[in-house]
Design a protein around this ligand. Structure first.
Ligand SMILES: [Zn+2]
Ligand SMILES: [Zn+2]
Length: 143
């Protein structure tokens, strides 16, 4: 009769292991749930990132377009206003160049600058207070 009482004792002895096994199963389920949760959150996060990226790209595009429009506008204004104010000091035509020494007197060409140099050199030297031969770039005094 003694051996009949032994199986329940064994079962009882195994009970902690059975509990641990079921606990492990529960843990595994929980881990799987968590993993699923993390993956879902990550997907959501990625979708939000994509959304933000798209919004940012759109914003950058808008800014770039605005900047381009502004630069086009600002490029459109100067040719009329600035160049119209600059007239060759010698022949009074539209001046595209200027005295490279004083950068204040406009000329249409080096020809006009040379012709005007005799009168211009006085005020040019006066305004810069620098020796002419060192920085004179356009006028060639040997010619
Ligand atoms: Zn000229
Ligand atoms: Zn000058």
């Amino acid at each position: 009769m003694y051996h009949l009482s032994s199986p329940p004792v064994l079962a009882e002895a195994n009970l902690p292991f059975e509990r641990m096994k079921s606990f492990c199963t529960q843990l595994t389920k929980m881990v799987q749930e968590m993993r699923k949760c993390i993956v879902e959150t990550q997907e959501m996060h990625n979708r939000q990132l994509e959304c933000m990226q798209r919004e940012r790209d759109a914003a950058i595009l808008t800014v770039t377009q605005l900047e381009q429009e502004q630069s086009i506008n600002s490029n459109c204004i100067p040719p009329g206003s600035i160049h119209a104010n600059k007239k060759c000091a010698n022949c009074n035509r539209e001046a595209l160049a200027e005295c490279s020494l004083c950068r204040r007197t406009p000329y249409c060409s080096t020809f006009c600058q040379r012709k005007d140099w005799i009168t211009h050199q006085n005020e040019c030297v006066r305004s810069t207070q620098e020796p002419t031969h060192q920085i004179m770039l356009i006028v060639d005094e040997t010619q």
